[in-house]
Design a protein. Structure first.
Length: 490
């Protein structure tokens, strides 16, 4: 059974949609508002029906996902639903390029079907259980009182960059942090370039006490991209991971909250983590080493003893770079599987576009997603020639999407991704540009119009800028088609 949930309150663009027109073939469709009651209705239905796939449709549901993590999503996981069975549809990406309610419904139908398909093509995420280590890495200065409270709760502390409260300490800093919430491996740098290995269950960072150099080093060790114009880590736990607390400033009001959270986190019997890592098919692997070179998170290495690729799934962020790069398709992702990616263009026959002009727009889940939300929120519209779909990162977009799209009647492909220095996956945008610029030269050599593919590099502070570029691109494709029609008549 497939379950489709449209979530939105009064005044949301989805509120007035006529669901009778929605294809309900083996698909239960419900509409709820985003109140506690509405979300409870979804989890109750999931508990009783145990659907194969669930698609949550809302305005910016990845933003909404933050709340779901501590609410609906957590509840769904508790009742035994694998996170890989849950798909999201961002209504903003649909409204942005629709001229009428009829178009919204038609696009929503296609997008929802694709979201169910994406879930069906993926594999369940594996669950890892760890017994939490009652040790906490404390980064920067924290109030003595809070540290005492942690110690009273039986939590051992490891300090770095702390003048006042250091016990075990590193003179130089943090080299790496990997592992799972509740059991992280940390490598502390000592003077003389000596590394010291430790394990801890949780990490607390007081960003306000760190200087620019320390923050940069920490961000690199924790694989967190920092915005170019700031040296503060985002005080936003979902950007990091469970088991990591980032405090902007410590004060008395904050204290009770985070100390209690860390203490109860580390007091659990076991901590379960779903690993959103890629998969490796060792039978297909030709040991070319491409994934070792492409992975920025050191998740791959060649095991000289076994002569096989060694993959550390606890380091993998599921960015998809190695999946796109592997020459024999030995790697895959749960959320954006090879078979799903290969089927996208083929599944969009029902999409008409404007005056027959059709443009496939793929947007990354970071700045691409933010740009779509920003434009929709600002009441901007772009040409209804566009059809927008999310992809995890530019890292996951392979060049085969170009010929696939053209063969399926698309006039152009727009890729909305982060500017290089803001890529959530460090080199996703850079590698996308490298691949597609190379492909552009192949298109030229084949006598194809290479301008039919365009990359939009988006900065978080300039989300609105992409609007004019999208309109110009649609106009360019329109003119190109007119020119070609005139040319063919001569
Ligand atoms: S890129 Fe693919 S074939 Fe090459 S080593 Fe990695 S998994 Fe094996
Ligand atoms: S998906 Fe990304 S993080 Fe995971 S192994 Fe591949 S390149 Fe590394």
């Amino acid at each position: 059974m497939k379950l489709t949930c449209i979530i939105g309150g009064d005044g949301d663009s989805c509120h007035s949609l006529d669901l009778s027109q929605f294809n309900q073939d083996s698909n239960t469709v419900i509409r709820v508002d985003d109140s506690v009651e509405g979300l409870t209705e979804i989890s109750a239905l999931c508990e009783s029906k145990k659907p194969d796939s669930i698609v949550l449709i809302a305005k910016a549901p990845l933003r909404f996902r933050d709340d779901l993590q501590i609410g609906l999503l957590q509840r769904l996981i508790e009742i035994g639903i694998n996170p890989a069975s849950i798909g999201f549809v961002n209504l903003n990406g649909i409204v942005l390029c629709s001229d009428s309610e009829e178009q919204v419904l038609a696009r929503l139908q296609i997008t929802t079907d694709l979201a169910h398909k994406r879930v069906a093509h993926g594999k369940p995420l594996s669950v890892e259980k760890v017994k939490p280590i009652k040790r906490c890495l404390v980064v920067g200065e924290l109030l003595e009182n809070d540290l005492k409270l942690l110690a009273q709760n039986g939590i051992e502390l490891i300090h770095i960059w702390s003048e006042n409260n250091r016990e075990i300490h590193s003179d130089v800093g943090l080299q790496s942090l990997s592992g799972l919430p509740g059991d992280y491996q940390i490598s502390l740098l000592q003077s003389g370039n000596r590394a010291e290995e430790h394990r801890c269950g949780a990490v607390v960072v007081n960003t306000s006490s760190l200087n620019r150099e320390q923050t940069k080093q920490l961000a690199e060790a924790m694989k967190i991209p920092l915005p170019a114009d700031t040296f503060r880590l985002p005080p936003d736990r979902h950007v990091l991971t469970a088991g990591v607390w980032v405090l902007e400033k410590e004060n008395e009001q904050q204290t009770a909250g985070w100390v209690a959270e860390v203490s109860s986190f580390l007091s659990q019997e076991t901590i379960e983590s779903y690993l959103d890592a890629c998969t490796v098919n060792l039978a297909k692997c030709g040991l070319c080493g491409t994934c070792v070179k492409t992975c920025m998170f050191s998740a791959n290495s060649i095991d000289l003893k076994s002569g096989l690729i060694h993959f550390d799934q606890t380091r993998c962020t599921g960015c998809g770079n190695c999946v796109t790069a592997c020459p024999v398709l030995a790697r895959d992702l749960h959320h954006y599987s090879n078979s799903y990616m290969a089927s996208i263009a083929d599944n969009l026959h029902a999409f008409k576009g404007r005056d027959g002009i059709r443009i496939l727009g793929l947007f990354c889940e970071n700045n691409g997603y933010k740009a779509v939300n920003y434009l929709a929120g600002a009441g901007k519209r772009v040409s209804s020639s566009y059809y927008f779909l999310p992809v995890k990162c530019g890292a996951r977009i392979g060049t085969e999407i170009i010929p696939d799209s053209f063969q399926n009647g698309f006039d152009g492909v727009a890729l909305l991704v982060c500017a290089r220095d803001e890529c959530n996956q460090l080199v996703g945008s850079l590698d996308l540009e490298r691949r597609f610029n190379l492909y552009r030269t192949i298109m030229k050599a084949q006598g194809q119009e290479s301008g039919r593919m365009r990359i939009f590099s988006i900065k978080e502070k300039e989300l609105g800028n992409v609007h004019d570029g999208l309109e110009q691109f649609a106009q360019y494709l329109d003119d190109l088609r007119t020119d070609q029609a005139v040319f063919s008549q001569l």
